[in-house]
Design a protein around this ligand. Sequence first.
Ligand code: CP
Length: 318
Amino acid sequence: MMNHYNIKKPFRHFLDLAALTKEEAREIIEKAKKLKTAATEEGHGKGFIHKDRPLTDKSLAMVFEKPSTRTRVSFEMSMHQLGGTAIVLNGHDMQLGRGETIADTAQVLSGFVDAIMFRADNHDSLLEMAKYATIPVINALTDFSHPCQVMADVLTFEEHHGSIKGKKIAWSGDGNNVAVSWIHAAILFDCELVLACPKEFSPSNEVMQWARDNKGKVTLTQDPKEAARDADCIITDTWVSMGDKDEEKRIAILSPYQVNGSLVRLSHKDSLFMHCLPAHRGEEVTDEVIDGPHSVIWDEAENRLHIQKSILMWCFGK
Ligand code: CP
């Protein structure tokens, strides 16, 4: 029988935006804005620690089955800035990589640390971790979704243009895990989302049906110009994600969805360009756009830190 001394139930997993209420999603964004203001006051270094140390007795295991730059550094720095501790665990270096089950790993980690951040090859592995862990589990990207990223994107949009409610967000390219989390976000934040994706790489019917069932203003087209026209924000992502094997085919099919100057010129004159990074310049986006005046990619990357802190605090009920 498990007897993990540090269990404080009820805790909250952060597995998908679809599992949040509108109120919870808004609470996380507003808390992130406050945490960012406090952390970026003049004179603060990146090693700053919030004076009330809200996670002072908390620890986070960060389990990676795939590479990461932004997610790894932002979560580790988040725990530092909140007064807690983070441990990085690469799946291949763990017994997980030698066949120890996710269920057993979840229960063992639950005895050592207070939360698990998991970047998993398969979404089912994340759900398995959450089922057996007795501590909060955070989705740090799976093949299905990337909710932490899209919360940082919403924060970035609102920093530049105020409330995202009613704004037109355009997605051009692969209807991948980030696109799925944007579909969830469109319902949570009441914005319009137009996804331009080729039929081979469109979000699943199940996800689109979920958007319809939830009365979202989410539409799918194969025409990137239709998506970009008068958009307040244009977003894309790499055409060949981690784990994709059909690189040449993907590039050929997705080429018409490149975000370039002529596509951006169809959007609102003050529109934003976002990309979760890493980018493949010259493929899904041109240098002109990613380095141009519409691009907010560096704010978007930095905001991973500020939103991560808010998500961690929400999981712990702080
Ligand atoms: N956008 C994102 O998740 O970046 P990393 O893969 O570097 O973590």
